[in-house]
Design a protein around this ligand. Sequence first.
Ligand SMILES: Cc1cc2nc3c(=O)[nH]c(=O)nc-3n(C[C@H](O)[C@H](O)[C@H](O)COP(=O)(O)O)c2cc1C
Length: 175
Amino acid sequence: MANILIIYSTTDGHTREICLRLKQVIEDAGNQITLVDVGHSSAIDLGSFDKIVIGASIRYGKHSPAIYEFVKENARVLDSKPNAFFTVNVVARKPEKNTPETNPYLKKFLKQITWKPKTLAVFAGKIDYQRYGFVDRSMIRFIMWITKGPTDPATNIEFTDWDKVEAFGRVVSDM
Ligand SMILES: Cc1cc2nc3c(=O)[nH]c(=O)nc-3n(C[C@H](O)[C@H](O)[C@H](O)COP(=O)(O)O)c2cc1C
């Protein structure tokens, strides 16, 4: 049994949903798991975990500054354990952009940090226009129009491949 920590960053809760599914799979494999929002991570003793996973969503082309800070401050301890990183974004709804090698945000992120995650994953996120304020809704609809995604303001669509999330959970259990 391993004691596994997942640190996540979410704005609308979808990355947390993904973490909850991972928790289920990882616990079913007999491990213990703790989920912590990166905003509350300073109180966590990273040394007490056997494996660390970080997950973060993309907003306007970037992962949250708190994730960059966490990774920068803890690169050494991260590198000393089995570890993984996953990103959540809607560009990943496109099959040609949904792997660590092809997702532009993940590629960019890895160039910006010194930590070298040992395991990587990319998950497509969710669009729920009714949830966003006017500016965000208008911006995302515009981006979707450019990238040939859904623009109907009533759209509430989850692009996430949950089988892929569960498969990643098994990889984390075994890493
Ligand atoms: C304001 C806003 C900006 C976003 N910007 C991007 C973006 O630049 N690229 C992208 O692929 N997805 C973008 N997304 C989609 C999110 O990554 C997606 O909704 C994800 O599921 C959000 O996860 P979260 O709820 O954990 O934050 C954006 C979403 C919102 C609401």
